[in-house]
Design a protein around this ligand. Structure first.
Ligand SMILES: NC(=O)c1ccc[n+]([C@@H]2O[C@H](COP(=O)([O-])OP(=O)(O)OC[C@H]3O[C@@H](n4cnc5c(N)ncnc54)[C@H](OP(=O)(O)O)[C@@H]3O)[C@@H](O)[C@H]2O)c1
Length: 286
C-alpha cells in the first residue's frame, strides 16, 4: 500500500495540471508526494481522452449508509478530503436523484483549494425540488438530466433524454455532457447510479474508499447483475493507497465490451504507466 501526502506544493502542481498548464515534473518529490501524484495526475490532466471516475465510500462490511439512510460519516476525515480533491479535479460531478433527495449535498469543493465542478443530477421523473441545495446558484453550472417535460429554475440547464426501458443510457448522459464541454466526470453515487454506469461499461476508473467501521446492515456499495462463478467476476487492475483514516482501492475498469460507450484511453494511460512501473498492488488470489 502506498501512503499519499498531497502537500500544498503537490496540490498546487495538480491544480496547474488541471488548468491545462504545461508543468515540469519535480524530481525532488517525496515518496508520499509521488504516490499522490500517481493517484491524482491522471484525473487532473487535460491533454488526455475523457475520463469517467466512479467513487464510493463504504464501511468494512461494504455498506454505504445505515438502514435509515444515514451516510454522512461513512468516510473518515481523510476519505472526505479525498472526495473534495477529486471533485476539484473534474469538470462535473454526477449523482442520482436518490442521493440528491436523501443527502441534499452541495457538491462543492470546500476542504481543499480549487474550483467546484458542474453539478449534475440524474432525475428522470422530475422529483428534485427547485430549492434543493445542489441547484443553488454559486457560480458552478447546474444540470438536470431528465426524461420528462419539467421546467427548472432560471440558470439550471436541462438535458432531456428518452428512457430505454426503465433507464436513461449512461452513454447518452456522458455524450450529452461532452456536448456541453464537460469531459472529466465524477460519478459520486449512489450505488444505483454507479451500478448503471458500471454495467454499461461507462466507468474508466472506480475509487472505493474503505473506512474502518462496521455498520452491520444497510445499503451495499455496489450491486450488479449476479455471476455464477468467481471466474466471471470483474477483477479490475487495482492499486491501493493509504489516505490516512481510510484505504483507497483505485481500480482501472476493464475496457467496455458493450455498446462502444465513448472514446477512451488517454486518462487510463496514466494509470497504465503507473501500474507498469510498480505492478498492481492487488492480484487475484487463485
Ligand atoms: N457512501 C457513499 O459514498 C454514498 C454516496 C452517495 C450516496 N450514498 C447513499 O446512497 C443512498 C442513495 O443511493 P441510491 O442507490 O438509493 O440512489 P441514487 O443512485 O442516488 O439514485 C437512484 C435514482 O436515480 C435515478 N437514476 C440514476 N441513474 C439512472 C439511469 N441511468 N437511468 C434512469 N434513472 C437513473 C433513478 O431515479 P428514479 O427512481 O426517479 O427513476 C434512480 O432510482 C443514500 O442513502 C445515500 O446516502 C452513499
Amino acid at each position: 500500500m502506498l501512503a499519499i501526502d498531497a502537500t500544498p506544493r503537490l496540490w498546487a502542481h495538480l491544480l496547474d495540471l488541471r488548468a491545462g498548464q504545461a508543468v515540469a515534473d519535480r524530481p525532488e518529490w517525496t515518496a508520499a508526494e509521488r504516490a499522490a501524484l500517481e493517484l491524482y495526475a491522471p484525473i487532473a490532466r487535460r491533454d488526455t481522452a475523457p475520463l469517467v471516475l466512479g467513487q464510493i465510500g463504504q464501511s468494512l462490511d461494504g455498506r454505504v449508509a445505515t438502514v435509515t439512510g444515514d451516510a454522512r460519516d461513512v468516510s473518515g476525515p481523510d476519505g472526505l478530503v479525498h472526495l473534495h480533491r477529486i471533485r476539484a479535479l473534474v469538470d462535473a460531478v454526477v449523482i442520482g436523484i436518490g442521493t440528491a433527495l436523501h443527502d441534499t449535498p452541495q457538491l462543492t469543493v470546500r476542504l481543499v483549494p480549487g474550483d467546484s465542478p458542474a453539478r449534475v443530477v440524474i432525475d428522470p421523473s422530475g422529483r428534485l425540488p427547485d430549492d434543493a441545495p445542489m441547484l443553488a446558484p454559486n457560480g458552478a453550472r447546474r444540470i438536470v438530466v431528465q426524461a420528462v417535460d419539467r421546467p427548472r429554475p432560471a440558470g439550471v440547464e436541462v438535458v432531456r433524454l428518452a428512457r430505454t426501458g426503465e433507464r436513461l443510457q449512461p452513454a447518452a448522459i456522458l455524450s450529452a455532457l461532452r456536448e456541453r464541454g464537460l469531459h472529466s466526470i465524477l460519478v459520486e453515487g449512489g450505488s444505483t447510479t454507479l451500478a448503471h454506469f458500471l454495467e454499461a461499461g461507462c466507468l474508466d476508473r472506480l475509487h472505493v474508499a474503505v473506512a474502518p467501521l462496521i455498520i452491520g446492515a444497510g445499503p451495499a456499495g455496489l450491486t450488479t447483475s449476479p455471476v455464477e462463478r468467481l471466474s466471471r467476476a470483474c477483477r479490475p487492475v487495482t492499486r491501493v493507497y493509504g489516505l490516512g483514516s481510510d484505504v483507497l482501492f483505485d481500480c482501472q475498469m476493464p475496457e467496455a465490451e458493450t455498446q462502444g460507450a465513448r472514446p477512451r484511453g488517454g486518462a487510463r494511460a496514466g494509470l497504465d504507466a503507473a501500474v507498469a512501473s510498480h505492478g498492481p498492488a492487488m492480484q487475484p488470489d487463485r
